[in-house]
Every structure is written in structure tokens, then in C-alpha cells.
Design a protein around this ligand. Structure first.
Ligand SMILES: Cc1cc2nc3c(=O)[nH]c(=O)nc-3n(C[C@H](O)[C@H](O)[C@H](O)COP(=O)(O)OP(=O)(O)OC[C@H]3O[C@@H](n4cnc5c(N)ncnc54)[C@H](O)[C@@H]3O)c2cc1C
Ligand code: SF4
Length: 327
């Protein structure tokens, strides 16, 4: 496997980056840490002739006071004890991404926009050619759910569910200026699974903002994966909440690693606010999340097993967050 030649551009400000993106009219990818993009390029997955490196854009760096720059390295968060103290669910999730080496290069923005994954996609060109290409790259059919309209590749980033549970917003810059939107609105839940996010052509992720009200929420991120030292999530459950004695004062739950986009479950958690969370109610919550999510057979673990583990991990995450609040 080798990298084909590409032109590398190195802007130094957000405005210059957006102008450059406009002039390249879709024939580029942004390059952050490159830990996801460059392996995909080596496998000849959806290559573009230009890469816009974000390394020198100073505004994308740094974290503090609820702001996380898109180019902040995951290792910077992993090394900061304030993250563990203020946002335990995020500290859990960051610490579970890949390996220390990948976290030294991987960034917050790259993690939120990581490519979706599938057995039939994360393969070399020759492997894919021998079977027949698929919808997501070079082909016109899906090998997982045979049809020609939708890709079911799995969203496999760890940070998104944790940041959703913290009610985060993303700040985006584009030709039309700056805007903010809830993190969950970044993901294209109703789309064809190939266009995975709602970003207009050339739009750049600048930062993630976590509201002050989410600071100090008790939380846990529970991740199912094959090799605990290394692998992408086969399931990731994030919980953040507050308890007033036995009563739930606030509770948010989000799940990634199962479907083509991460999902937040406010409709199930909001009715629980104000009352005690008995074992029966927790089991009912876990069962309903499990019922609503539909893994397909495109990752290592079988869908039936992943589905059953959703219930187990939701119960564990909520229970551990609740016990953390009592200690
Ligand atoms: C061995 C291995 C194991 C891994 N395990 C995990 C894991 O367990 N959990 C996990 O979550 N990830 C995992 N990853 C994937 C990846 O390393 C991380 O998600 C990482 O955080 C990606 O960040 P990056 O900066 O390297 O992204 P890049 O590869 O540079 O970019 C990823 C995508 O985001 C786009 N992008 C990046 N920044 C911006 C921006 N500011 N605005 C617009 N678009 C942008 C790029 O164009 C590209 O499409 C693994 C990778 C490897 C190689
Ligand atoms: S889910 Fe189907 S279309 Fe998507 S990557 Fe896998 S085989 Fe390709």
C-alpha cells in the first residue's frame, strides 16, 4: 500500500483555510492528525488531489473554559487532570481512543469526523476489487444489506457520544461565516450513510463548546471492543447526569459504535428526571435503547451480541455514574 501524490496546502488562519477550500471546490480533504485519513488514502478510499493541512491554524488549538479546539490533540486532553475532574465522561472516552501513539497525533475534530467503518470498506484496493466495490467507494451496491441506496458503515468515534452527553455544540466556519449547532445536528441521521455529516462544501470545524451547566456532571463512557488496548468501538455508551439523593436531577445518554451515526436518547431520559431511578426503571431504559438501535453485520462482533451488550452497557454506565455521584 502506498500514498499517491497529492498537493499539500498549509494555511495559517481560519479565513485563509475557508477561502482556499472554496477555490479547490470539493477536490480536497482537510488533514488534521491524519491517523484516519492517511490509512484510508493508502487503501485508495475516496482520494482527493489536494490536502489542506490544519496544523498551522493557531485558532484551532487549545482547550479550556468549555472550549475544545478542533486541532487539539487527544493526548493534551488525556494528560490534563482538569478534564477528569470536570468532565469524567469525556476523560473516559479520550482515554479509550486507540493507543497513546494515535492519541499523540489524533485530534478532537478528526475524531468527531472520523470516517465510518465496515469490513468491506476498510480494505486494500485489491481486496475490494476482487469482491466487487461497494457504494461507499468505487461501486454501486452494498455487501452488508444488499441494495443500492444506503451505506450502513458504522460510526466508530469515541468522543461524539461523550460530548453529546455533555450537551456540546460545534462551531463551524464556512463561506457563509461562522455558526454553531448542537453536536448531534452535525451528523446526517437521515442520509444515505455515505455523506455522513451536515457540513456545507468547504465548511471547517473550528471548535467544540461544552456549556457551563455540564461542568461537574457525573458520567461514564463504557466501550465494547475486541482488543482493549487498541480497537475501535463495537459499542460506546456515554452517560452524564446529576443526582439529588436518589432522585435524578438530570440525565443524558448517547450511544456510538452501532449505527452510521451516534445517537442521543433524550426522549427516554427526560421522563426520568425528578424521580428515583429504581432497578426496574433502569432496566426498562436499557431495554428500550437496545430495542431502538440496529447493528448490522459489518464489524468484528456479531450484531446479536452487540445488540445484547447495549442493554448491559447502558445499565452499567448509568449505575456507575450514579454511584460516582454518591461518593
Ligand atoms: C490503529 C488505530 C486505532 C484507532 N482506534 C480508534 C478508537 O479506538 N476510537 C476512535 O474514536 N478512533 C480510533 N481511530 C481513528 C482515529 O485515529 C481517531 O479517530 C483520531 O482522533 C482521528 O483524528 P485525526 O486528527 O487523526 O483525523 P484525520 O485522520 O486527520 O481526519 C479524519 C477526518 O476528519 C476530517 N477533518 C479533520 N479535522 C477537521 C476539521 N477541523 N474540519 C473539517 N474536517 C476535518 C478529515 O478531512 C477526515 O475526513 C484509530 C485509528 C488507528 C490508526
Ligand atoms: S455498509 Fe455496504 S455500502 Fe457501506 S461500506 Fe459496507 S458494504 Fe460498503
Amino acid at each position: 500500500m502506498h500514498l499517491d501524490p497529492f498537493a499539500l496546502h498549509r494555511p495559517t488562519s481560519v479565513d485563509e483555510t475557508v477561502r482556499l477550500a472554496g477555490s479547490l471546490a470539493g477536490r480536497f480533504d482537510y488533514l488534521a492528525g491524519g491517523t484516519d485519513l492517511l490509512p484510508n488514502y493508502k487503501m485508495h478510499l475516496n482520494l482527493r488531489p489536494n490536502l489542506i493541512a490544519l496544523e498551522d491554524v493557531g485558532e484551532l488549538r487549545g482547550h479550556g473554559a468549555g472550549r475544545f479546539g478542533a486541532m487539539e490533540r487527544l493526548a493534551e486532553l488525556d494528560d490534563d487532570p482538569a478534564i477528569r475532574a470536570e468532565y469524567p465522561v469525556l476523560a473516559d472516552a479520550v482515554g479509550e481512543v486507540a493507543t497513546p501513539l494515535v492519541r499523540a497525533s489524533g485530534t478532537v475534530g478528526g475524531n468527531l469526523l472520523v470516517e465510518t467503518r465496515c469490513f468491506f470498506f476498510n480494505q486494500s484496493y485489491f481486496w475490494r476489487e476482487s469482491l466487487g466495490f461497494c457504494l461507499k467507494a468505487d461501486g454501486d451496491r452494498c455487501h452488508v444489506v444488499p441494495q443500492k441506496e444506503k451505506c450502513y458503515a458504522t460510526f466508530s468515534g469515541d468522543l461524539a457520544p461523550a460530548l453529546m452527553a455533555l450537551d456540546a455544540e460545534v462551531e463551524v466556519a464556512g463561506p457563509a461565516g461562522r455558526s454553531r449547532r448542537p453536536l448531534e445536528a452535525l451528523y446526517d441521521a437521515a442520509g444515505d450513510g455515505i455523506r455522513r455529516v451536515h457540513l456545507a462544501p468547504g465548511e471547517l470545524l473550528v471548535a467544540v463548546h461544552v456549556p457551563a451547566a455540564s461542568r461537574g456532571l457525573h458520567g461514564r463512557y463504557k466501550k465494547l471492543r475486541v482488543r482493549p488496548s487498541y480497537d475501535f468501538p463495537e459499542l460506546g455508551v456515554a452517560v452524564a447526569g446529576r443526582w439529588d439523593g436518589d432522585r435524578v436531577a438530570s440525565l443524558r445518554l448517547a450511544v456510538g459504535g452501532v449505527e452510521p451515526h451516534p445517537r442521543r436518547f433524550d426522549a427516554l431520559t427526560e421522563p426520568l428526571v425528578g424521580s428515583a431511578l429504581s432497578d426496574d426503571r433502569l432496566r426498562a431504559l436499557a431495554d428500550e435503547v437496545m430495542r431502538q438501535l440496529r447493528p448490522v453485520h459489518n464489524t468484528f462482533l456479531l450484531p446479536d451480541y452487540r445488540k445484547r451488550m447495549i442493554g448491559v452497557y447502558v445499565r452499567r454506565a448509568v449505575d456507575e455514574a450514579r454511584r460516582g455521584s454518591a461518593s
